[in-house]
Design a protein around this ligand. Structure first.
Ligand code: KG4
Ligand code: ZN
Length: 350
């Protein structure tokens, strides 16, 4: 079982972890949320600087917690795509330097492959080919997984990612950043059936709709109109608005995922990514899958939002396949998951 030191700095969480196969020996995350909250979103320059400050301390912490020194790990891994370029560079340069210094293989990991692997940090593991609903701040995708590294995207958002929609609607309602947890908290006391909101669909040029694709821009506009229409009232019914929005997002995600799984003959649906932390979404997924006789798995709560343990699991899986990245591997702001294979060469260089 390979032991991997993994680093993650693709957006606004600095993270380090040491995993042995899919067991977490230590995991530490330093969130920059408070710093970015003042600006209502992530400021790339601030993110990079904070990663530079935080990462060395996080590495020290996971080494101390696991009782392992860097010379005792089998490989060093870092997220190299997709994400903010300056932010990605921090983990990538740190990881490649440590790998070189300690004469270990380096693995550059695709961030979405990390999210896909986060479900392996829980029990039991999803069996056979399965469908993953990956919902984060940057992505909303339905991905068929046939085995390690074997991914096929079957659905996607054509505009905002689900997490982005949560963040923007939270700002509209005057709630905090990040929007997901703020909307969830406000929605707890709300009436989720009070407002009718659209479940955005994406039309096909040849007619009809993409059955597994998503669009959240119409929903966002509908929320804006609703808020404007209510402006004359004594106070904005924030809880009811948040709950209605959260319900529609959860319904649209679960309905299209279940349909896709059924059409594909896949018996298991897996939920990962930051938005997978959403309580209503988790509960609805459980209910609908139960009713349809589908198996369902959700990434452990601690590993839904960005972390390095999931990057370590993805790297351990690649290492077990004999993969390793070139020492001069760069970073990329955008990279389709289907091209993750290009981050590796076989056999290992070291
Ligand atoms: O996976 P993640 O940490 O970063 C990306 O790779 O994007 O996801 C962050 C996103 C944010 O948009 C945040 O608002 C959302 O996940 N999020 C949630 C919840 N917790 C985080 N959305 C809904 N409900 C939550 N409880
Ligand atoms: Zn992420």
């Amino acid at each position: 079982m390979p032991t991997v030191l993994a680093l993650e700095t693709s957006c606004d969480e600095s993270a380090a972890a040491i995993v042995s196969d899919r067991r977490v020996l230590a995991s530490a995350v330093a969130s920059q949320v408070e710093e970015h909250a003042r600006w209502g979103g992530v400021v790339p320059e601030i993110a990079s600087r904070r990663h530079v400050e935080a990462l060395p301390l996080l590495i020290e912490r996971v080494c101390a917690e696991s009782g392992l020194s860097l010379s005792a790990v089998d490989a060093v891994a870092a997220t190299v795509a997709p994400g903010l370029l300056g932010a990605l560079l921090v983990a990538s340069v740190t990881g490649r330097t440590l790998a070189r210094l300690h004469n270990k293989p380096f693995l550059g990991v695709h961030h979405l492959e990390g999210h896909l692997c986060s479900v392996q940090l829980g029990e039991p593991l999803p069996a056979g080919p399965y469908l993953v609903l990956l919902v984060s701040g940057g992505h909303t995708e339905l991905i068929r997984v046939d085995g390690p590294g074997q991914y096929r995207r079957l659905g996607r958002s054509h505009d905002d990612a689900a997490g982005e929609a949560f963040d923007k609607v939270a700002r509209l309602l005057g709630l905090g950043y990040p929007g997901g947890p703020a909307i969830q908290a406000a929605a707890a006391a709300g009436n989720a059936s009070r407002f009718e909101l659209p479940k955005g669909r994406v039309s096909r040029p040849e007619g009809g709709f993409h059955p597994y694709d998503f669009s959240f821009s119409g929903l966002k506009t509908a929320m804006l109109r609703q808020v404007r229409a209510l402006e004359g009232e004594a106070s904005l019914p924030v809880a009811d608005l948040a709950a209605s929005f959260e319900r529609v997002v959860a319904e649209v995600l679960v309905e299209r995922s279940c349909r896709c799984a059924a059409d594909q003959g896949l018996g298991t649906l897996v939920l990962v990514g930051g938005v997978a932390a959403n309580r209503r979404l988790r509960q609805l997924l459980e209910r609908r899958c139960g009713a349809l006789g589908l198996q369902w798995r959700v990434a452990p709560l601690a590993y839904c939002t960005d972390n390095a343990a999931m990057i370590g699991v993805a790297a351990a899986e690649r290492l077990a396949q004999g993969h390793c990245s070139p020492g001069d591997l760069g970073v990329a702001a955008r990279l389709p998951l289907a091209e993750a294979e290009g981050l590796y060469q076989t056999p290992a260089l070291f």
